[in-house]
Design a protein around this ligand. Structure first.
Ligand code: HEM
Length: 117
């Protein structure tokens, strides 16, 4: 259940990030919603980390560090969007690291939601 919450919130965040980045000057309400969702991800992720630690401590450690770095990068993106200073390369880096994070998350979770429906 908490794993599904994590993945659903991750998808919602990605959709909202695309909405924010596509808007001239960004959107403050959307940015604030994304920040609220980080908190949900953080609480849910910490709970998941305790549950998954015995199974994959190395992957869980990488996942936590990578997630925090990606959250930092999303903050940087939204700040640059608000000032209309985004570069083309920012989009590619964001897409790349978010896809890698999702793959790392699914790998850490052993692709469970899809296997044990
Ligand atoms: C940008 C924010 C984040 C994204 C996009 C993200 C994405 C994901 C995804 C897609 C999964 C796989 C879930 C599944 O298979 O249902 C996952 C798993 C996981 N995430 Fe995140 N996550 C984020 C933030 C966090 C944070 C902040 C933490 C902890 C502090 C965290 C800890 C974990 C852990 C421990 C797992 C593995 C759970 C398990 O093996 O049972 N995540 N994440």
């Amino acid at each position: 259940m908490y794993l599904w919450l994590h993945i659903i919130v991750a998808l919602a965040m990605i959709v909202l990030l695309i909405v924010d980045l596509r808007k001239e000057n960004g959107s403050l309400p959307v940015a604030m919603t994304i920040r609220t969702l980080y908190l949900v991800m953080l609480a849910d992720g910490i709970y998941l980390a305790f549950k998954a630690w015995h199974r994959a401590p190395v992957l869980v450690s990488f996942k936590i560090v990578a997630s925090i770095l990606v959250i930092g990068y999303i903050e940087y993106l939204m700040a640059r969007r608000a000032r209309n200073q985004l570069r083309q390369s920012d989009y590619y880096i964001a897409a790349g690291i978010i896809v890698l994070l999702v793959i790392l998350g699914l790998f850490t979770a052993g692709f469970r939601p899809w296997i044990h429906l």
